[in-house]
Design a protein around this ligand. Structure first.
Ligand SMILES: CCCCCCCCCCCCCCCCCCCC(=O)SCCNC(=O)CCNC(=O)[C@H](O)C(C)(C)COP(=O)(O)OP(=O)(O)OC[C@H]1O[C@@H](n2cnc3c(N)ncnc32)[C@H](O)[C@@H]1OP(=O)(O)O
Ligand SMILES: NC(=O)C1=CN([C@@H]2O[C@H](COP(=O)(O)OP(=O)(O)OC[C@H]3O[C@@H](n4cnc5c(N)ncnc54)[C@H](OP(=O)(O)O)[C@@H]3O)[C@@H](O)[C@H]2O)C=CC1
Length: 515
């Protein structure tokens, strides 16, 4: 049987969401490990004043593609951008492009989605469900299509504790919801959204569950697979350790903690942190594409792509390794020394928010105002609190995913394929991975230079001295205001000091005796 890269040789691949985090890594891996792939057709829209071609040009210059560029400087010739806006009728693909795609595509990877947790329901439905429906209908017309791979999320069914590799009945019939929302005013939709999403935390997980159902209902005779990654993090090994380019999921939290801004967050120390490296997800996705096309399973296979059941690691351990990494490799211009703690206790968290977030923000903003600058810290904290409020649902509980299909697929691969398309998370060394992840946020998200680490350490020392000075001034102030003015406070103060002195003398005497 042909190996995975042999199977992709000569194939035309269609990718949606290619400009996104996972789409880029998918393209890179295909170009590098399947060098004979014929072409990658990518659906791209113009954005932020940049045309489609400018966006693709910029993307190909990105460091992520360095290894591919080294192997094949002309790799861009294999990338064929197709203008498309997925929220428009017919995905806004021109008739000529539809003709090209339907006549040549062999495999589709559908990665595009809105992954925002605060997305209005109508837009999330438009992109995550209706666009999937339209893409499936385009796929039905493709004459040489061998597989359609849909990227979902392991949290599509997060209202369940145990999640099998099956498509669960949808919370509502997608077609009915699409029809009803079509005529409804945005404000009405906003009002009924909490009732609709029910026990799911946001419109994202809700619409991803509906999308899975649409994939099942509308796949017809297509060979389909659904990949459900958990929390996708920086790369583990490929193309190099620690690749990450966004603030989503834990990345923004790590950065905020590394900058000394985030000091407290609600999360359970003992809950499993189901992170999965992006290269693992992409290797599994490409292998699933090959398997679906070659073996044509009778029903759509769902692959839960998670780590918790195989090689569990906990949020408490993550906190420890994140803090330790940023103390050794500080981020530039930190607000305070990195020292964040997670707690599952609501009241304790609120206390630390007041003392370690709001109070320093107020003081810093006061300092900015007094020095004629615009206050900004309170605004930053308000945004941070909104983000951690939305993420806390996922870091405070445990889920159990069955990953039989992931194991089955691994057993189907040859030894060579298992090495080239490695998704065996048993080999993942968490402390090393988290360290590379944090350093990746520094290098690739914040574009900070590793050679500036000595200066960043010097900055942390300066912050420590400011803190010591501040604490001393505070102590003197308290002494002057309370202790110097009241006889009772003075008595308590002398009592505490003499107690400390007695303890010290006792320990000194007992340690002299034992010598
Ligand atoms: C205590 C330290 C140790 C840590 C241990 C504990 C860590 C616990 C972490 C828990 C994480 C759990 C994560 C679970 C996620 C699982 C969900 C399922 C997985 C998936 O299927 S999908 C992927 C997940 N999706 C997301 O993560 C999206 C979430 N984000 C949003 O919904 C929105 O971004 C948000 C949070 C509502 C904010 O919206 P808004 O205020 O409108 O800001 P923008 O997104 O428009 O961003 C504007 C601007 O700011 C940048 N940005 C975003 N976040 C941050 C940040 N945290 N810090 C700094 N900057 C940030 C963003 O890139 C934008 O910049 P531009 O230059 O593009 O304008
Ligand atoms: N990141 C994660 O932790 C996880 C992600 N997933 C799933 O993986 C997939 C990819 O996620 P990820 O790469 O992180 O997401 P990103 O937000 O990084 O990428 C989303 C992609 O979708 C495209 N897109 C969004 N809206 C449109 C539109 N209207 N028309 C055309 N294209 C559009 C974006 O294009 P543009 O650049 O133009 O905005 C971008 O290429 C998603 O399906 C997500 O649900 C699942 C589990 C976890």
């Amino acid at each position: 049987m042909a190996s995975i890269s042999e199977w992709y040789a000569g194939k035309n691949v269609l990718i949606t969401g290619a400009t996104g985090f996972m789409g880029k890594v998918l393209m890179e891996k295909l170009l590098r490990s399947c060098p004979d792939v014929k072409a990658l057709y990518i659906l791209v829209r113009p954005k932020a004043g940049q045309s489609m071609s400018e966006r693709v040009q910029d993307m190909m210059m990105c460091k992520l593609f360095d290894r591919v560029r080294e192997d094949n400087p002309d790799f861009h010739q294999k990338i064929i951008p197709i203008s498309s806006e997925l929220t428009q009728p017919g995905l806004a693909i021109s008739p000529e492009d539809v003709q090209t795609l339907t006549s040549c595509i062999n495999i589709v990877f559908h990665c595009a989605a809105t992954i925002r947790f605060d997305e209005p329901l109508k837009h999330a439905l438009q992109l995550n469900v209706i666009a999937t429906q339209q893409l499936l209908s385009l796929a039905q017309q493709m004459q040489h299509l061998q597989a359609f791979i849909h990227i979902s999320t392991a949290y599509a069914n997060c209202n369940r504790r145990h999640i099998d590799e099956v498509i669960y009945p949808p919370p509502v019939e997608p077609k009915k919801l699409i029809d009803s929302l079509e005529w409804m005013d945005d404000s009405i939709i906003c009002d009924i959204t909490p009732r609709l999403i029910g026990d799911r935390p946001n419109t994202y997980t809700y619409t991803k569950a509906l999308a899975e159902c649409v994939v099942q209902q509308e796949s017809g005779k297509l060979n389909i697979a659904i990949i459900r990654p958990s929390i996708v993090g920086a790369s583990w090994q490929e193309p190099f350790p620690g690749w990450i380019d966004n603030f989503n999921g834990p990345s923004g939290i790590f950065i905020a903690a590394g900058k000394g801004i985030l000091r407290t967050m609600r999360a359970s120390n003992d809950a499993v942190a189901d992170l999965i490296p992006v290269d693992v997800v992409i290797n599994l996705t490409l292998a699933a594409g090959w398997y679906t096309a070659v073996h044509r399973p009778k029903t759509a296979l769902v692959y839960n792509c998670t780590t918790g059941g195989i090689n569990p690691f906990h949020w408490g351990e993550i906190e420890h390794h994140v803090m330790s990494t940023f103390k050794r490799n500080p981020l530039e211009q930190a607000f305070r020394r990195p020292n964040a703690n997670i707690t599952s206790n609501y009241l304790i968290n609120q206390y630390w928010i007041l003392v370690s977030h709001k109070f320093p923000a107020l003081i810093y903003d006061l300092f900015l105002r007094l020095s004629g600058q615009k206050p900004q810290m309170m605004r930053i904290f308000n945004r941070l609190h909104k983000a951690i409020g939305l993420l806390a649902y996922f870091s405070s509980q445990d889920w159990e995913w069955n990953s039989d299909n992931m194991n089955m697929l691994m057993n189907q691969l040859s030894a060579d394929d298992r090495r080239t398309f490695n998704f065996d998370v048993r080999q993942l060394n968490w402390p090393e991975y988290i360290e590379n992840y944090c350093i990746g946020t520094k290098k690739y998200v914040l574009n900070e230079d590793m050679s500036d680490i000595p200066a960043a350490r010097q900055h942390l020392r300066k912050l420590r001295n400011i803190r010591y000075t501040f604490n001393t001034v505070l102590l003197v102030f308290i002494w002057r205001v309370f202790i110097a003015r009241s006889q009772m406070a003075r008595n308590i103060w002398y009592f505490v000091v003499s107690l400390c002195y007695k303890f010290l003398s006792y320990f000194r005497a007992s340690s002299t005796l034992t010598q």
